[in-house]
Design a binder for this molecule. Structure first.
Ligand code: CA
Length: 239
């Protein structure tokens, strides 16, 4: 008679998996045990190169990334992950005053971070919040006329044909589509997509609307982004 396996406390196939990239064994041990106790599957990578490789090759639900790492630094790993897997939630661990400003300015909303020292409860709250956002995002598709945007995969299609957009073009399209039919001023678009700190005299909105129109437009069917004279732009189904 075969031995009965011990019943698992949780199903690892269903539990969210977290890759922890951190080089200090004490912190790795502490965080690993704390996260596992809450039912997460946790794998640790002890340097940036290993962290980057595993985050890109394996399918984790989230990465907890320390910035101070030997070899490839955390900022470099972060940039790579944002570039290749923009949908993967990342929580950055940073030392106070060291690099917080850079992280905060990186990509508002896309990167969450915790300043050391932090409590396990704080980390767990952030992990749960990020997973909740990711879960909501996974079901969200924006649709307007024949344009379809998948917020999770960041894939854009027009009339079934995929359209490759840069990060900024994508953010701009998402903002226009989230407010379709509404007239949006350049100032509104600037603050939503580029942030308030951007010089309001810039023509960056017009430039990027131009890029979007070019990429989304087809010879028989221009992109449905309309100029509203003296105000701004509107995305909609008709002129
Ligand atoms: Ca470290």
């Amino acid at each position: 008679m075969p031995d009965l396996a011990e019943p698992a406390a949780h199903d690892p196939a269903l539990a969210p998996s977290i890759l922890l990239v951190e080089d200090e064994p004490g912190i790795v041990d502490f965080l690993k045990r704390g996260l596992q106790a809450e039912g997460f599957v946790v794998e640790a990578a002890l340097d940036g190169a290993e962290g980057e490789r595993r985050a890109l090759r394996e399918s984790f639900d989230m990465v907890v990334l320390d910035l101070m790492l030997p070899g490839i630094g955390g900022m470099e790993v972060l940039a790579k992950l944002r570039d290749v897997k923009p949908e993967l939630p990342v929580i950055v661990l940073t030392a106070r005053g060291e690099i917080e400003d850079r992280v905060a300015g990186l990509d508002a909303g896309a990167v969450d971070y915790l300043v050391k020292p932090f409590s396990l409860a704080e980390l767990l709250a952030r992990v749960r919040a990020q997973l909740r956002v990711a879960a909501q995002t996974s079901t969200t598709t924006l649709q307007s006329a024949d344009i379809e945007v998948n917020l999770l995969t960041r894939k854009v299609r027009r009339a079934g044909n995929s359209v490759a957009l840069s990060t900024t073009e994508f953010e701009l399209l998402v903002y226009l589509m989230s407010h379709r039919g509404q007239v949006l001023s350049r100032e509104q678009i600037l603050s939503a997509v580029w942030g308030y700190q951007h010089d309001p005299a810039t023509n960056v909105v017009d430039v990027y609307v131009g890029y979007l129109r070019r990429k989304l437009g087809r010879p028989d069917s221009p992109a449905p982004i309309f100029t509203v004279r003296r105000v701004g732009y509107r995305l909609g189904d008709g002129s």
